[in-house]
Design a protein around this ligand. Sequence first.
Ligand code: CAA
Length: 284
Amino acid sequence: MTGIRTIGVIGAGQMGAGIAHVSAMAGYNVLLNDISEDRIEHGLATVNGNMARQVASDKISEEDRKTTLSRIKPAPKVEDLAACDLVIEAATEDETIKRKIFAQLCPILNPEALLATNTSSISITRLAAQTDRPERFIGIHFMNPVPVMKLVEVVRGIATDETTFEATKEFVSRLGKSITVAEDFPAFIVNRILLPMINEAIYTLYEGVGSVEAIDTAMRLGANHPMGPLQLADFIGLDTCLSIMQVLYDGLADSKYRPCPLLVKYVEAGWLGRKAGRGFYDYR
Ligand code: CAA
C-alpha cells in the first residue's frame, strides 16, 4: 500500500513519543494513543521538550517546532485510529499486552491499513498471526533516542507481503533513517548483539570484577562507546533489558543468554533505571 499519510502510534512512552516526533517532522499526520490522557499528555510534553533541544542546537527552527507539534493529535480511544494508513504499536515489551492491543485495534482499522510493531525482540511471525492481516504486518524497530539514532531495523514475518515491505522501506526512508533488514529471529540484529553485552556487564558487576563506574569507564574510554553498558541499561530500562534477555534465552535455548540474577533482582525491586529514578545509578 502506498500513499501513507496518517500514522497511528500506540504507546506514548519514550519510544512512542520519539516515533511520533520523527513521523510528524517528516510531514505525516500523527495520532498518539495510550491508555490514559495523562500518558498522552506526558508523551506530547516529551516531544515538545526534545524539539526544544533541537531548536536550541539550531537543528530546526521555532517555526518547524510549532508546525511539527500541530501535526500530532491525541487519540485517547483506539477507535480514534480508524482512519490511519499505518499504525505502529510501541507499547510495553510484553506479548500479552501487545496481543490485547491488536485484538482491540484490528476490527476498527481499515482492512487495507498496515500494522507495525516496534517490538525489540518478540517474533513478528507470532504477533502477526494474532491479527487479521499477517500479510500487512511488519516489524519497524526504532532505536532510543529515536530523534537522534540513525538506524531502523525492518523485520518481515513469514507472511509479510512485498507491498508491505516496500511501503515500509519508503516510510522509513522518508523519516531520514537508514534501514537494516533483519530476519525474524529472537531480538533481531541490534539487540541480539547489544543485550548480551549489557548482560555480561551486569555479570561483571555481580562477580565483583569492577564497580559500576569502572565498568562504564572501561567501555566508554576503552571501546569508545558513547555510554557505558550499565548507563545504557538504565537508559533502555532494566525491565526491557530483562524481557529481551528472556526472549533470547527462551528462543535460542542457550545458557549463554541466561539473564544475570542481579538484573532480575533490580527489576524485582522496581529499580528499572532512569525512568524509575533508580537503576545502576541514582537519578533522584
Ligand atoms: N531528542 C532530541 N535530541 C536529543 C535527544 C532526544 N531525546 N537526546 C539527545 N539529543 C541530542 C542533544 O540535544 C545533542 O544535540 P547537539 O549535539 O546538537 O547539541 C545530541 O543529541 C547529543 O546529546 P548530549 O550532548 O545530551 O549527550 P551525548 O553526546 O552523551 O549523546 C546520546 C546522548 C545520543 C544518547 C549518546 O549518549 C548515545 O548515542 N548513547 C547510546 C545510545 C544507544 O546505544 N541507543 C541504542 C539503545 S538500544 C535500542 O534502542 C534498541 C532497543 O530496542 C533496546
